[in-house]
Design a protein around this ligand. Structure first.
Ligand code: GLU
Length: 505
C-alpha cells in the first residue's frame, strides 16, 4: 500500500539553527507539500548536557519567519505526539526492553575508567563483536550478577549488538546505493540508565517508526548514521516500512574549500543564521538574515537553489512555484558553494517586486527607531519606490531615502567644492522665488518651469541643478530631482535651500 508521505525536521535544541539546517527544513517542507504529505517538527532533546535555553523558540520563530509551515509539532499538536523527545521517556523504555528481550541488545556496566583502560591497551579500540566478550556486560557476566548490579543501582548503558561481517546497503535518493560492512560499526549506546533516557540513535529511529515517517531528509553529515538506522529498523522487525533516505549535499564555503562555517560569515560579512541570536552563555550576538534586512521570500528562494535546480533556467520562484517544481531528481550530490552575494542579488530582486506599500511597512520600524514620526504611509511608500532600485537590503532604503525624512545636517564636501561657488547663493535665492511661483509641483511641470528659467538666465544647467540637489539632499545623489520635489512639501524644500545658502561657505 502507498503510504502517505510524512517527513520530519528533527533539530536538536543545542543553539541557533544554522542556515544549513534551515535548508534541510525547507527541502522537507517542499517535498511534503509537493506530495501532499505531512511535515513534522520533532525536537530531539535527549542530550541534556547540550541543551540550550531559547533554542527551541528560535527554531519555531525561524521557520515561521520563512513561511515553512509545520503540520505536527510541539506547538501544533498532532496525533503522534508528544513531539519533544524528552517527553517520550516511557515510550522508549519499552523499545529498549524489546531489544534486550530479543537478544538484539545487551547491558554494559563498563565504567569510564574501564573504557579508558581498554582504549589504552587495545589500539583502535571499538566496543564491538571483537571486544565485547572481554568487557563487563550482560553477555559476559552471570545472569544473577547482572540482576544484582542493577538492583544495587549500578549505572549501565544498553548497547546494540551489531552482527559483524554483514553488508549493509542503504539506498539514498540522491547518493544512490551506499554499502558498508557492519564490522566497521561499533555497538552503539542506545540508552543510559544515568538519566533514564535513550540516546539520539534509539530515539530518532523509534520516533521515525512511530510517527510513520516515510522519508528521512537531512544533511549529508548524518549519512554515517544511516546503516544503523536501517539495522535498528530490522532488529525491531520494521524493515518493510524503512523510510527512504535523502542526504542533502553540504553547504560549502564561498571561497576556498570545506564546509561553510560561522567564521566565513564573520569574515565576509554575511549571516549564517536566519535570525539574530544572543548566546545565553557567552552573551555574544550573531547576526541573522531577518535583522540584516533580508526578505524571507528571498532567503527561501536563495536557499532552495543551494543543492537543487528546477531543471529549467527559472531563478526567481515563490514558495508555491518551488513546491510545484521540487523533486530530488534535480538535487546534486556535490556540495553547494554558499554564494552569499547571490543571496544579496535575490534580495534586491524581491525588493523590486515588493509593492511599495508593503515595503513601507517593513521600513517603518527604522523610522520609529530613529524617532521620526509624522509621515503618511503614502509618502513613505512613494519615497521608497524611488530608491528601491538602488537598494539591496531593507536598511539600504534608509541610506538612499534618508533625506525624504530628515533635512541634511551637513553637505558632501566634494560636491560642495565642485558645484557651489560665490554665485550660487544668489542663484539659489532666485530658485526659491521660482519655486514659490509654481502652483503645480508635479514632476514634469516643475521641471519645465525650472529648466526654462535656467535657460532664460543662461545659467549652467549642471551647476544649478546640482546645487539645488546639494541643498535638498545634502549630496549629489538620489532619484530624479523633480520627483523628489513633487513628493516633498514645498515649504520644506524652500527651507532647505535657505539653510544651504546660509550655511555653505
Ligand atoms: N537531531 C538530529 C539533528 O540535530 C537529527 C538528524 C536527523 O534528521 O536524523 O540534526
Amino acid at each position: 500500500m502507498e503510504r502517505k508521505v510524512r517527513v520530519r525536521f528533527a533539530p536538536s535544541p543545542t543553539g541557533p539553527l544554522h542556515i544549513g539546517g534551515v535548508r534541510t527544513a525547507l527541502y522537507n517542507y517542499l517535498f511534503a507539500r509537493r506530495n501532499g504529505g505531512d511535515m513534522i517538527l520533532r525536537i530531539e532533546d535527549t542530550d541534556s548536557r547540550r541543551f540550550v535555553p531559547g533554542a527551541e523558540d528560535y527554531i519555531n520563530e525561524s521557520l515561521k519567519w520563512l513561511g515553512i509551515k509545520i503540520d505536527e509539532g510541539v506547538k501544533e499538536g498532532g496525533a503522534y505526539g508528544p513531539y519533544k523527545q524528552s517527553e517520550r521517556r516511557d515510550i522508549y523504555r519499552k523499545y529498549v526492553q524489546q531489544l534486550l528481550d530479543t537478544d538484539k541488545a545487551y547491558i554494559a556496566f563498563d565504567t569510564p575508567e574501564e573504557l579508558d583502560a581498554a582504549r589504552a591497551t587495545t589500539p583502535n579500540f571499538q566496543y564491538d563483536a571483537s571486544t565485547r566478550g572481554s568487557m563487563r556486560n550482560s553477555l559476559t557476566l552471570p545472569k544473577d550478577e547482572v540482576e544484582k548490579l542493577i538492583k544495587d543501582g549500578a549505572q549501565y548503558v544498553v548497547r546494540f549488538k551489531i552482527e559483524p561481517g554483514k553488508d549493509v546497503v542503504v539506498n539514498d535518493q540522491i547518493r544512490g546505493e551506499v554499502k558498508i560492512n557492519s564490522s566497521i560499526l561499533d555497538d552503539k549506546v542506545l540508552y543510559k540508565s544515568a538519566d533514564d533516557l535513550p540516546t539520539y540513535h534509539l530515539a530518532n529511529i523509534v520516533d521515525d517508526h512511530l510517527m510513520e515517517v516515510t522519508h528521512v531528509i537531512r544533511g549529508e553529515e548524518w549519512l554515517p548514521s544511516a546503516p544503523l538506522h536501517k539495522l535498528l529498523y530490522e532488529a525491531f522487525g520494521w524493515a518493510d516500512t524503512q523510510p527512504q533516505f535523502v542526504h542533502l549535499p553540504l553547504l560549502l564555503k564561498p571561497v576556498g574549500n570545506g564546509k561553510l562555517s560561522k567564521r566565513d560569515g564573520d569574515k565576509l560579512g554575511f549571516p549564517v543564521f536566519p535570525l539574530e541570536w544572543n548566546d545565553p552563555k557567552s552573551g555574544e550576538t550573531s547576526s541573522g538574515y531577518r535583522e540584516k534586512g533580508y526578505l524571507p521570500e528571498a532567503v527561501v528562494n536563495f536557499l532552495a537553489l543551494l543543492g537543487w535546480n528546477p531543471g529549467d533556467d527559472s531563478e526567481l520562484m515563490s514558495m508555491d512555484e518551488l513546491i510545484q517544481k521540487f523533486s530530488f531528481e534535480h538535487c546534486s550530490k556535490a556540495g553547494a558553494k554558499f554564494d552569499y552575494q547571490k543571496g544579496i542579488w535575490f534580495n534586491h530582486e524581491y525588493l523590486m517586486k515588493k509593492p511599495n506599500k508593503e515595503l513601507a511597512e517593513l521600513f517603518k520600524p527604522i523610522l520609529t527607531k530613529k524617532g521620526i514620526t509624522g509621515f503618511s504611509d503614502e509618502y513613505i511608500a512613494t519615497a521608497l519606490g524611488m530608491v528601491k532600485g538602488r537598494s539591496n537590503l531593507i536598511p539600504d532604503l534608509w541610506t538612499q531615502a534618508d533625506f525624504f525624512f530628515t533635512a541634511p545636517e551637513s553637505y558632501a564636501e566634494k560636491d560642495v567644492k565642485k558645484r557651489w561657488n560665490e554665485d550660487t547663493p544668489r542663484i539659489m535665492a532666485e530658485l526659491i522665488s521660482v519655486l514659490k511661483g509654481i502652483e503645480d509641483m508635479t514632476s514634469a511641470n516643475a521641471e519645465k518651469i525650472v529648466l526654462d528659467w535656467i535657460a532664460e538666465k543662461g545659467y549652467h544647467l549642471g551647476n544649478v541643478m546640482n546645487a539645488f540637489r546639494l541643498a535638498v539632499v545634502g549630496a549629489c545623489r538620489g532619484p530624479h530631482m523633480f520627483d523628489i520635489t513633487e513628493l516633498m512639501p514645498k515649504n520644506e524644500i524652500i527651507a532647505r535651500i535657505q539653510k544651504a545658502i546660509e550655511t555653505i561657505k
